[in-house]
Design a protein around this ligand. Structure first.
Ligand SMILES: [Mg+2]
Length: 202
């Protein structure tokens, strides 16, 4: 019996809007007086840095003056806040799992602002464990990020959301269900072996 499910965030629980994301980068470039295409290239090159650490160093690595860093973090945060909208059925699915007593975990390859605004999102309170790559310094497919979710003492649920049936134990690795799925059914399950081309988008 499945006791727990690990979810991905982008393009699983939330649709990632590529155009909206690029518009945010263009807004940052404009604020810096830089060419948007050049800035986008530089932004892409520093992706793994912001996926496994705080945003500010990844911005200073782009040659951005420290005085502007916080302003850019705010632009980025506002853009992400507008993207952090659950797909149809996502909240209902998470609630249903909770009502069935199945633990819900999230592992997201993301940058700092996602973790910062998570508690103000519609997903607040719907996971027993959340692991953000930028916080733990690990990104998929590094197996340690999965182990962090399922076995780390710090990731054990501090409280239960079950109401009348509180959960007292966190399941071992064999209890977890991992897989690619979509609440809209538009994503297909991958078939066969696939070559890894880098971590997910930030
Ligand atoms: Mg994804």
């Amino acid at each position: 019996m499945t006791r727990a499910v690990l979810f991905d965030l982008w393009d699983t629980l939330v649709e990632f809007d590529v155009e909206a994301s690029r518009a945010v980068q263009a807004q940052m470039a404009e604020r810096l007086g830089r060419d948007p295409d050049e800035f986008q290239r530089a932004w892409d090159e520093t992706r793994s840095m912001r996926e496994t650490g705080p945003l500010a160093p990844s911005l200073t690595a782009l040659g951005i003056d420290e005085a502007l860093v916080q302003e850019l973090v705010q632009i980025r945060t506002a853009g992400t806040r507008s993207q952090l909208v659950p797909r149809d059925g996502a909240i209902e699915t998470l609630r249903e799992l909770g009502e069935r007593g199945i633990l819900r975990g999230l592992i997201s390859v993301c940058s700092e602002e996602v973790a910062a605004i998570w508690e103000e999102s519609a997903f607040r309170g719907l996971f027993e464990v959340t692991v953000f790559s930028c916080v733990v310094g690990l990104a998929k497919p590094d197996p340690r990020i999965y182990l962090r979710a399922i076995s780390s003492e710090s990731s054990r649920p501090r409280r239960s959301s079950w109401g009348t049936a509180p959960t007292t134990s966190w399941p071992g690795p064999s209890a977890w269900a991992c897989g690619r799925c979509s609440s809209t059914g538009r994503e297909r399950r991958p078939t066969g072996r696939r070559r890894w081309s880098g971590p997910g988008r930030a």
